[in-house]
Design a protein around this ligand. Structure first.
Ligand SMILES: [Fe+2]
Ligand SMILES: [Fe+2]
Length: 301
């Protein structure tokens, strides 16, 4: 990203190595890698957003049984989808207020700029350029840069659109508060209903990230509160959670790890409902970031 801002060429070899290791992690332990996609940083938004979006796209690709070659091309393409933003003036990109129509038009150029940059990059296959070009296209033709419809869009581009939206709306920005994972999934369904993204891809995505996506804040049958840390596809209702409040809502610090699918001690706990973390003083992203950082490396290797 820095290279592009400085007018240097994109280092596809380095980007490719990152994507390769993401795929290795994904094939080895898919759900743990999806947890990593919760890493958020306000300062280096585009970088973290690129990594997260690529991880989510790889998760979905794997769920769709893509082979390794396709995963690689798509992962690389989605990782680089916003590279054109590096050609947009920072004062517009990071403007802490509502954009004017002119500024929004400038931001919108990032899709085409990105595709141009990638086209000029040696050794990058066409399929890996599609996410940059198409992630803001909408299947009913209302997107940009070309207003292309579903039949003209690639699967990589449409997957990029879904995971791009999901990561963007689950992250705090100056102009919006992050949505909770379950709200974000509902929102994706609404966007699909409006004809912007493919409904089939959304339901696949939901199956891929789980009923209680990582980062959901949940109330247990015991009235304790927890944050979903890790999912398990065979048992979608019993993720691993970090218990952060006891039944009287007193903080548990450090959070206690509880795998709902492997309980030996009574009472046997289960999820009673999803709740908004803020009124309970819980910040799921901060809790997960801390938990991920303090985990042994082998957990995500
Ligand atoms: Fe974008
Ligand atoms: Fe994006």
């Amino acid at each position: 990203m820095g290279d592009v801002r400085l007018g240097r060429e994109i280092n596809t070899e380095e980007a490719g190595k990152v994507v390769d290791s993401m795929i290795d992690s994904m094939l080895h332990n898919p759900d743990a890698l999806i947890s990593m996609s919760r890493l958020k940083s306000y300062d280096e938004y585009t970088f973290f957003h690129s990594v997260n979006t690529a991880i989510l796209a790889l998760g979905l690709g794997r769920h769709l049984s893509m082979n390794r070659d396709s995963l690689y091309l798509m992962g690389l393409g989605v990782f680089l989808h916003d590279v054109g933003k590096m050609k947009i003036p920072l004062e517009i990109l990071n403007k802490p207020a509502r954009l004017t129509t002119e500024e929004y038009e400038i931001i919108k150029q990032h899709a085409l700029r990105g595709a141009e940059l990638l086209t000029a990059t040696k050794g990058l296959r066409e399929a890996a350029i599609r996410p940059a070009l198409e992630h803001h296209e909408r299947i009913n033709g209302t997107g940009y840069p070309f207003g292309r419809k579903q039949e003209e869009l690639s699967l990589f581009g449409m997957i990029g659109a879904v995971t791009d939206i999901y990561d963007a709306i689950t992250t705090d920005r100056v102009y919006h508060k992050a949505m909770q994972p379950h709200e974000a999934l509902q929102y994706l369904y609404q966007v699909a209903q409006r004809g912007h993204i493919q409904a089939e891809l959304v339901s696949r995505f939901v199956r891929c990230i789980g009923v209680y996506p990582v980062g959901s804040c949940v109330r247990l049958n015991t009235n304790e509160l927890g944050v979903v840390e890790r999912l398990r596809h065979e048992r979608p209702l019993e993720p691993t959670i970090l218990m952060v409040r006891d039944a009287q809502e007193a903080p548990i610090a450090p959070p206690r790890v509880l795998d709902l699918a492997a309980q030996t001690r009574k009472p046997i706990r289960s999820i009673a409902g999803v709740l908004l973390p803020l009124p309970h003083g819980i910040d799921p992203n901060a809790i997960l970031d801390e938990a991920i950082r303090s985990r042994p490396k082998s957990w995500v290797a």
